[in-house]
Design a protein around this ligand. Structure first.
Ligand SMILES: Nc1ncnc2c1ncn2[C@@H]1O[C@H](COP(=O)(O)OP(=O)(O)O)[C@@H](O)[C@H]1O
Ligand SMILES: [Mg+2]
Length: 272
């Protein structure tokens, strides 16, 4: 458990507080330090892309935001409130399950493997969370889901089960399903990595549409450098569980300062 909790604010106050803040976050598996005193701020409405070598801790950042992992040190704040801690008698203590549930509802995620419910239709997949977790009526959940399936171009497939859908179509349903929970922050982890090349653009164009038309805050891990360059407000290059270099996409891709960034970009940009 986290030590020295006194050094962290109980909540973030004032104008312009970040939507997400990692403050001094450390994650270890045994003796392996996966995130090393990581600090990141993501502003409301910002699209931040994380790139970096395999094993550098990119997925771990997203899993910690989903509260799928415990923290060894540091605090994560979402909308200024500690994510996995809460205040008691002027101190931060581990959060109750009610606090975790409330904070979790602010965050949505899409993974490389879409994990749709196989026994439900596309529409049923989108309705499930709003009905079961948010307590919406079936009618309200259906309206919301149909709107989102329309947005991702899947309205005509609403009655199909996942096994009848292509990978790109399943991923678009997965995005609609996550959005149906109305998260404030959306996380994307290599959502195109398992797709056939010819359907990748179906999914990237949905994400691009979200960036252009919604004020969602997004954190995206991707290996598609062209896509990252096109849509990100900021790109963070991860190395060994910390940010080696970050900046505007044109700066980071065209004029990286750190040798490790240069080496990584050379390797991935010339790989195919
Ligand atoms: N549950 C786990 N147990 C032990 N080690 C893990 C676990 N999950 C991830 N790791 C290790 O943490 C490091 C970072 O993993 P990850 O965040 O998945 O990297 P990335 O997404 O950048 O490829 C890797 O070395 C990985 O092997
Ligand atoms: Mg990963």
């Amino acid at each position: 458990m986290t030590e020295n909790m006194e050094s962290y604010p109980l909540s973030l106050e004032g104008d312009g507080i970040p939507m997400v803040r990692f403050q001094n976050v450390t994650k270890r598996y045994g003796s392996l330090v996966v995130l090393n005193q990581l600090d990141i701020d993501v502003s409301a409405g910002e699209m931040v892309t994380i790139i970096g070598p395999s094993g550098s801790g990119k997925t771990t950042v997203l899993r910690m935001l989903m509260t799928l992992e415990t923290i060894d040190d540091g605090v994560i704040y979402v909308e200024g409130e500690p994510l996995t801690h809460m205040e008691r008698n002027g101190r931060l203590v581990p959060a109750s399950s009610a606090h975790l549930r409330r904070m979790r509802s602010k965050i949505g995620m899409c993974f490389q493997h879409f994990n749709l419910f196989p026994h439900m239709t596309a529409l049923g997949n989108c309705m499930e969370g709003p009905v079961q977790v948010l307590g919406l009526s079936r009618k309200e959940a259906e309206e919301r889901s149909l709107e989102l399936l329309d947005m991702v171009g899947m309205i005509e497939k609403r009655d199909q089960h996942p096994s009848r859908l292509s990978g790109g179509q399943q991923q678009r349903v997965a995005i609609a399903r996550a959005l149906a929970m109305r998260p404030k922050v959306m996380l994307f982890d290599e959502v195109t990595s398992a797709l056939d090349p010819e359907v990748i653009s179906e999914v990237t164009s949905v994400i691009k549409h979200l960036v252009d038309t919604h004020n969602l805050t997004m954190l995206m891990v991707t290996h598609q450098m062209g896509f990252a360059k096109e849509i990100s407000d900021r790109v963070c290059f991860f190395f060994d569980g910390a940010i080696e270099e970050q900046g505007a996409p044109t700066k980071l891709f065209e004029n990286p300062e750190r040798e490790r960034t240069q080496q990584f970009l050379n390797a991935v940009l010339h790989a195919n």
